[in-house]
Design a protein around this ligand. Structure first.
Ligand code: HDD
Length: 704
């Protein structure tokens, strides 16, 4: 696909202008790395046509040597990712709370790079596995780079970073046979969970639909920790960061994710790339939960505990600005792979708290870049380089790119004119009195591992709970060790008795007789994905099934009607190329049906034309598209004779439009239309599509 976003960097984007200086604009003849012209790169230099290759073939040696060294270590976690550039702009000055320039000047567009990722899988693993998603943003501010390295879930598995290697070793493929890839459904993870109950709140999120995002453009982001904003007067305010996607928060269903893993392992990556390339820019609103320091101890959990949220009923999220991602990178390796995030990359006005997970991260990220990127000069890589001036006495090291001039590389100096001199608006660490005994001990205020897990469960809609229960059954059902299953069920019984029993029955262990702790009954509606319905079909993808004799004019009108609403229609037929429409005109086919699948679309529609519908009704693949979309709770529609294809598909008994029905009929999200005003059909269909999925549907007997 051509990518107009490449030419659309907004004027004044300082980062883009900087990158332009290192972009390879060449359309030149082939050379070696030293710029020597080469006229044969297919045959190595040899002694005679059938003789040995000669050492002096510098072109051969350079080419092979470079190739041999092309790989760098993948990230130890979050190895698989996809990224994009964009910009962030604050709505109103946040100066009351922070002196950060990019949060106080509403006229300022700050360039950003965002990298989304999965956590457990290797670089080549599938996108749609059950996992946390990373949501890391680098703001190239005028005061230096600020990195907000978050996830799409607001809590974390552990409370102290010293446990991170243990947790990661448990969730990664098991070390003896490196199985399973990018899966949490195995014994070592659940063994760890059962013995380390601080994981449980996060495990509830991981077993929820949050772990299966429909798109990086449709998931939330969270900074997780409580951070601190600091204003000009040096006053602190605790803050939790939230990213909210303007398209709403939507997920795939489990069966669908597994199929997508085979049909299109790059599903989320491709979606991000194509959305940006087609000008449908992902947008997110930045929100903040602000807590005055005086309220630090006002909660029944500790603000420093990263396994806890602040329920929005207690502290609402204040919208503060918007981020737009509008440019795909030029080169995956140079940018998405080499970008180096670090929680300690902060700017004046943003500071840390004593959250022990955050404190560990502030060590780990810099450390990991040193091995990953091969030395201390990685900040000079184009994607990492700040737009703010860099000037210091750090010198040398592998791949030093800066030509430091002069005799002095020390401070203080007089021979270099005293440069670099001390900064004028420096980063000042928040002044906090700290004193205590040297101890290894978790604070008692971190001890409750269950209440917020229950809060999360109580907040879910019925279908979300069903999905979560199934996920626990699947994951524990994959564990071979009965004691591991039992231990987890015992913990679930402290979260919710009904859940524990349902899971126990599913995985064949004794259901707990009595509840260990009564469910407190509290909920927080903002935790449910059902809480913020969206009314847009913007950027949704619709498969229209067609065959010879299709009503081409109706397809064209439908495509236009959806395009007006921002959704994209693709025509799928048994063979690629085109089909002859009912009126003889050719209808272009976008994809051959067998190269795609219903799981790659948000909805499936069957069009009319008597011959077309009769053929599709006899085509097992077409019927499977319909049944599978129905099974996955997607909008399904039939137009005119296309309704007959729905009748032929193995769906439950539904009310479908009959001949003579002048209006569209909607039953369980199946929209059918035989005649009358097509606009009404378009609106009815778009309304169902905007709802993302139709959960209230009878799918039990649908074989897909
Ligand atoms: Fe981490 C990468 C998010 C805890 C150590 N982490 C990494 C990335 C994200 C997060 C999004 C990928 C960044 C990218 O795209 O390059 N990590 C989190 C969140 C955490 C968290 C939200 C908890 C709130 N991480 C965490 C702990 C440690 C690390 C406790 C270590 C003590 N994380 C790393 C790392 C990685 C990383 C090893 C691997 C690659 C990298 O940093 O650049 O340093």
């Amino acid at each position: 696909m051509s990518d107009p976003s490449r030419d659309r960097a907004p004027a004044g984007d300082q980062k883009d202008a900087q990158l332009d200086g290192v972009r390879d604009h060449s359309d030149n003849a082939l050379t070696t790395d030293t710029g020597v012209a080469v006229d044969d790169t297919d045959n190595s230099l040899s002694a005679g046509e059938r003789g040995p290759t000669l050492m002096e073939d510098f072109h051969f040696r350079e080419k092979i040597t470079h190739f041999d060294h092309e790989r760098i270590p993948e990230r130890v976690v979050h190895a698989r990712g996809a990224g994009a550039y964009g910009h962030f702009q604050v709505y109103e000055s946040m100066a009351r709370h922070t002196r950060a320039d990019f949060l106080t000047d509403p006229g300022l567009r700050t360039p950003v790079f965002v990298r989304f990722s999965t956590v457990a899988g290797s670089r080549g693993s599938a996108d749609t596995v059950r996992d946390v998603r990373g949501f890391a943003t680098k703001f190239y501010t005028r005061e230096g780079n600020y990195d907000l390295v978050g996830n799409n879930m607001p809590v974390f598995f552990i409370q102290d970073g010293i446990k991170f290697p243990d947790f990661v070793h448990a969730v990664k493929p098991e070390p003896h046979n490196e199985i399973p890839q990018a899966q949490s459904a195995h014994d070592t993870l659940w063994d760890f969970v059962g013995l380390q109950p601080e994981t449980l709140h996060m495990m509830m999120w991981l077993m929820s639909d949050r772990a299966l995002p429909r798109s990086y453009r449709m998931m939330q982001g969270f900074g997780v920790h409580t951070f601190r904003l600091v204003n000009e007067r040096g006053e602190g305010t605790f803050v939790k960061f939230h990213w909210k996607p303007l398209l709403g928060t939507h997920s795939l269903v489990w069966d669908e994710t597994q199929k997508i893993g085979g049909k299109d392992p790059d599903f989320n990556r491709r979606d991000l790339w194509e959305a940006i390339a087609s000008g449908q820019y992902p947008e997110y609103e930045l929100g903040m939960q602000l807590v005055p320091e005086s309220r630090e101890h006002a909660f029944d959990f500790d603000l420093l505990d990263p396994t806890k949220i602040i329920p929005e009923e207690l502290v609402p999220v204040t919208p503060v600005g918007k981020m737009v991602l509008n440019r795909n990178p030029d080169n995956f390796f140079a940018e998405t792979e080499q970008i180096a995030f670090h929680t300690a990359n902060v700017v004046p006005g943003i500071d840390f708290t004593n959250d022990p997970l955050l404190q560990a991260r502030n060590f780990s990220y810099l450390d990991t870049q040193l091995i990953r990127l091969g030395g201390p000069n990685f900040q000079q890589l184009p994607v990492n380089r700040p737009v703010a001036e860099v000037s210091n006495n750090q010198r040398d090291g592998f791949s030093q790119h800066t030509l430091h001039r002069g005799r002095t590389s020390y401070y203080p100096n007089s021979l270099g004119g005293g440069c670099p001199y001390l900064g004028e608006a420096p980063y000042t660490h928040y002044q906090e009195r700290v004193d205590g005994d040297k101890i290894r001990k978790r604070s008692e205020s971190f001890a409750d591992h269950y209440s917020q897990a229950t809060l999360f469960l109580n907040s879910l809609a019925g279908w979300e709970r069903d999905h979560l229960t199934s996920a626990f059954r699947f994951e524990l059902g994959k564990c071979e060790t009965t004691a591991v299953r039992e231990r987890v069920v015992a913990h679930l019984n402290r979260i919710d008795h009904t859940l524990a029993r349902a899971v126990a029955v599913g995985v064949g262990v004794d259901p707990p007789e009595a509840e260990a702790v009564a469910n407190h009954g509290r909920s927080s509606p903002a935790l449910s994905q059902a809480d913020a319905p969206t009314d847009t079909v913007y950027s949704r993808r619709i498969a229209v099934l067609a065959e010879e004799g299709a009503d081409a004019a109706a397809v064209t009108r439908f495509r236009e009607a959806m395009a007006e609403r921002g959704a994209a229609v693709e025509v799928l037929a048994p063979d690629d190329g085109s089909v002859a429409g009912a009126d003889g005109a050719l209808l272009a086919v976008d994809r051959a049906m067998h190269t795609m699948s219903s799981v790659l679309y948000d909805a499936v529609v069957v069009v009319g034309g008597a011959r077309c519908a009769a053929a599709l009704a006899e085509d097992g693949l077409a019927l499977h598209y319909v049944a599978e979309a129905f099974k996955h709770a997607k909008p399904v529609a039939g137009l005119h004779e296309g309704v007959g294809v729905l009748e032929a598909a193995p769906l439950p008994r539904l009310r479908l439009a009959a001949d003579g029905d002048a209006a569209a009929v909607v039953d369980q999200g199946v929209v059918t239309h035989r005649g009358g005003d097509p606009e009404e059909f378009y609106s009815a269909f778009a309304a169902v599509l905007a709802g993302h999925r139709v959960w209230d549907r009878d799918t039990a007997r649908v074989p897909a």
